[in-house]
Unconditional design. Structure first.
Length: 207
């Protein structure tokens, strides 16, 4: 039996979820930017209380490792690592892009707002290797988006033309993280255990 706690706080949305043998039976989310350090432990405590579980019953801890908010990545990874070490259970860290619900039936572009005037992006041609990089607003405006589904964690107001209809506001979420884990765990997928920063954070910044 696999009981997995999923955590995500890489963007302004903070979420937790629990699954048993691939079935998600608890989710909770809150949007309080820059309050992840205070909110995440409380949300996990509430999850255990609501489901009558204890940390000792977990078999794995899963967490998004970035890209995203530098502070959020550190908080999520540190908290998840602490639970994994305390319980002597595996830590499963996945890319934030994989915690965004995406239908891979056509080329897609995923964007995460860096809060610094640009976006972390992953472009995925169907059945081809993905490309990940930092996109400026001009990069997005100049890129041909015909035939491409666009998945964003926030609205792209003033960036896209009105005729682009394949736009989905789809922030990362712990329940999608657990869906990804369930699909890959039995296949021997090589999960990461370290943070993923697409660029070095500003010395005085939070992202």
């Amino acid at each position: 039996m696999a009981i997995i706690l999923g955590l995500d706080c890489t963007t302004s949305l903070c979420s937790v979820a629990l699954s048993e043998n691939g079935t998600i039976f608890y989710t909770q989310e809150t949007s309080i930017p820059q309050q992840q350090a205070a909110q995440l432990p409380l949300m996990v405590q509430e999850a255990f209380a609501a489901t009558h579980l204890s940390p000792t019953q977990l078999t794995h801890v899963a967490v998004t490792r970035g890209p995203g908010s530098f502070t959020g990545i550190r908080i999520g990874m540190a908290f998840a690592s602490g639970l994994a070490v305390a319980g002597d259970i595996p830590l499963l860290a996945i890319d934030t892009f994989d915690a965004m619900a995406v239908k891979h039936v056509r080329p897609y572009l995923q964007l995460i707002d860096t809060k610094c005037g640009d976006y972390y992006g992953r472009f995925g041609p169907v059945n081809q290797p993905v490309e990940e990089k930092v996109y400026s607003v001009e990069d997005i405006k100049q890129r041909s988006l015909e035939g491409i589904s666009l998945y964003c964690d926030t609205a792209l107001n003033g960036i896209l033309t009105a005729d682009h209809h394949q736009v989905f506001i789809q922030p990362p979420h712990a329940k999608q993280l657990l869906t990804f884990v369930a699909q890959h765990l039995a296949q021997g997928y090589a999960f990461e255990t370290t943070p993923y920063y697409m660029r070095k954070p500003a010395i005085h910044g939070q992202h």
